[in-house]
Design a protein around this ligand. Sequence first.
Ligand SMILES: Cc1ncc(COP(=O)(O)O)c(C=O)c1O
Length: 394
Amino acid sequence: MKKNLPAILGGEPAFREQIPMVRPVLPTFSEMAEGVGQILGTGMVTKGRYMREFEGALAEHLGVKHAVAVSSCTSGMMLVHKILGLTGNVVLPSFTFMATASALVWAGLRLNFADVDRATNNLDPAAAEAAITPQTTAIVAVHQFGNPADIAGLEAVAKKHGLKLIFDAAHGAGARYQGEPVGKQGDAQIFSLSPTKLLITGEGGIVSTNDDDLAEKIRMGREYGNDGNYDSAFAGLNARMPEFNALLGLHSLKRLEQAAEHRNETVALFQEVLGSLPGVGFQRVRNGDRHSYREISITLSPEAFGLTRDELAVALAAENIDTRKYYEPPIHKQTAYRPYYDGRPLPNTDWLSAHSLSLPMWSHMSTETAMGICKAIQQIQEHAASIRQEPGTQ
Ligand SMILES: Cc1ncc(COP(=O)(O)O)c(C=O)c1O
C-alpha cells in the first residue's frame, strides 16, 4: 500500500467496509413488541387501529386536515391523478425519479416536461408556465432530494392558468417550507415511506390534503373504489397500508425531527469541507426553508475539479464509498417516456443529469464517517491529474 494516496492509485481505501448510500434508522424490537403483540393477538393485520393512529399523528405533524395512508407514494400519486379527474397533459420536471412520471402515465396522462432551476434542482415556475398548453390540467412538482419546491411561485402559475397543483413529496418528510412542514400546500402532496426515507414504514405512502372530497375518495380508491356497498364508484386499487407498516411508521415518526436535524448538521460538515474544493456545488436551499437531506447531491464542474462526476464515482468506489448518479438518464431520455418528449431544450436538466452525484447520507451518520467521505474526496481531488491517467476511470 502506498501511503497518502487515493485507493485508486494504490493507497489504502478510506473505509475497510462498504459505506452504503442508505442505512435506515428503525425502532427497536422492544419498542415494537407491544404493538406487534396487539396485531397478532387481535388478528387485525390490515385496516386497523395503527393505520388510523398513524394517519392522525401525521395529519397533526403536517398541519393538514387529511393524511391518508396508502401502500406507496406511487400508488398514492396514481390515485390522486385519477381522482382529481386530470386530462390531457401534466407539466412535470424530467430531473426526477421515474415514479413521478409512471404514476401520471398510469392515470392516462401525457407528460409535458419543463426544466428545473439549476441551483435548487426544483421545477422552475417560469419554465413550467412556458410549457403550459391548452390541454394542460395540472403541474406536478417535486421537493427534489428533500429541498422544498418554489411553492409560492408554482401556486401563482397554477392559479393564473386554473391548473391543479400536486407535489411529489416522496423526499419531503422532515422538510420545512418557510418554517412549516411541507404537506399542506397545493391540492395534494404525496410522501414515500420506503426505507431510503427519514420516515419509514417499510413500504408505504401518505396522501396529504386539505380537500375533504379528495381525501374521502382516496380512502375509497385505496380499496378498489368500493365505499362498502360493493357497487364500485370508480376503478380503484388495492393500496392499503398494512398494520405492521403503520406501527413502524408511528415509532419512526417520533424520530423524524431528530433525523432531519442530524442530517442538516452532517450536511453542514460536508459543505464546510467540500465547499472549499474547486468545482463542487450544493443544492441551494431558499431562505426560511429546511431541506430534509433525504439525499445529499453534489455537482461537479470537471474543468475546476479536475475529474468528471463519473471519474469521481469510480475513485470513490475504490475507497469503498457508494454513490448514485441521480438522475441519469433523466425521464425524457428513458425508454418508456422518450415518446412524450417534444424536443424542447431542457438545459439545466441535462447539465444536472451529467454533473450530479449523490453521496451516502443516513439519519445517524457519525461525524467520523462524514469526515472520512469528505477527506477521501479531498484527497482524490488533490490527485486528480494522476487519476485521470488511470485506466478504467473514464
Ligand atoms: C421523487 C420520487 N417520487 C416517487 C417515488 C416512489 O416512492 P414509492 O417507492 O413509495 O412508491 C420515489 C422513490 O424513492 C421518489 O424518489
